[in-house]
Design a protein around this ligand. Structure first.
Ligand SMILES: [Zn+2]
Length: 317
């Protein structure tokens, strides 16, 4: 397959779907739509197929010239079949029972790659972003959940069922923690992620005294802002989250022996607070007798999923 042929690339989140035409590292055109995830993945794929002709025109390419369709999806994907083995709670519930590659072939007539969203993001960072020319990399994405992914000796880590490396957010970070949505105890994600944060804050005995109780959106931007203004609960939540992410990162480093760790995801809009804390903890606690793992912010931002899943076609020439 010629690497420079355009790819139709889709980043399906639980709330929004991003669709783009990508050639190499360039996003030629893009559009966004509501995920309407309760209507299921089949309905979303049909809407995507309807959008494709107009998007190709906008990108200045013909639909016939597309070399493939890449779908980044927030779930565990069986690598050899493209079968979706898990979906985010309450979103795209039917996807596990859908032969997505077959439906896409029928709708678009294109070769298809379906990829876990964290794996797609790391593929993009390695080809075009913060981890270019690196052979062994881990990535942690801090957002609604915590995503993880690893590339070892230049080979993306997948495992028998596509779980290897991408469950870094579900490594235990607190033995006294709560049961996570995945069923495990005290996962990094159930200790410190955007879905867990409001639950933890509201369950705290001091919540009503905190300025966080008056926030319309209780997210990490609100917590970092309130912590900077000396709100005791916000400081507690901030410091706990920074420790959890640090511990999770050291676990990934110990598991996969990377030369570099890339940190992405929406919470990294506050990277100025997060990165120094991660770097301090990794320098102090990661056992890397050869030297220090570099901890870098992701570069591709909102486009990581689309560029990443398109880059998979470059790997499989
Ligand atoms: Zn979990």
């Amino acid at each position: 397959m010629t690497p420079l042929k355009p790819i139709l690339a889709c980043d399906a989140g639980g709330t929004r779907i991003k669709l783009g035409v990508v050639r190499g590292a360039r996003l030629l055109a893009q559009t966004e739509m509501d995920a309407e995830s309760k209507k299921g993945l089949a309905a979303a794929l049909k809407r995507i197929a309807r959008e494709a002709p107009a998007l190709c025109r906008k990108a200045g390419v013909t639909q016939k010239s597309l070399a493939g369709f890449g779908l980044s999806f927030p779930g565990v994907i069986e690598p050899h079949t493209g079968k979706i083995l898990s979906t985010p709670a309450g979103k795209f519930d039917n996807a596990k029972h859908l032969d997505a590659p077959k439906l896409i072939a029928k709708l678009l007539g294109l070769p298809t790659r379906i990829c876990n969203d964290a794996n797609a993001a790391l593929a993009g960072e390695r080809h075009f972003g913060a981890a270019r020319h690196c052979r062994s990399v881990v990535m942690m994405t801090l957002g609604t959940g915590i995503g993880a992914s690893a590339i070892i000796d230049g080979v993306p880590l997948r495992g028998q069922h596509g779980q290897a490396g991408c469950l870094g957010g579900h490594l235990t970070a607190n033995l006294d923690g709560k049961i996570c949505a995945c069923g495990n105890l005290g996962c990094a994600e159930s200790e410190a992620s955007t879905w867990a944060l409001p639950l933890q804050a509201r369950a705290h005995p001091d919540f009503k005294k905190s300025r966080l109780a008056r926030e319309k959106v209780l997210d990490y931007a609100a917590v970092f802002h309130a912590a900077a203004n000396a709100d005791p609960l916000a400081i507690e939540l901030r410091d706990h989250s920074l420790r959890v992410w640090s511990v999770a990162l050291v676990n990934l480093i110990h598991a996969y022996d990377p030369e570099i760790a890339v940190i992405g995801g929406g919470i990294m809009r506050s990277g100025k607070i997060i990165l120094p804390a991660l770097r301090r903890y990794v320098a102090k606690n990661a056992w890397t007798p050869w030297g220090k793992v570099k901890v870098k912010p992701a570069k591709l931002g909102n486009h990581a999923g689309m560029l990443g899943v398109a880059s998979l076609f470059l790997e499989e020439k």
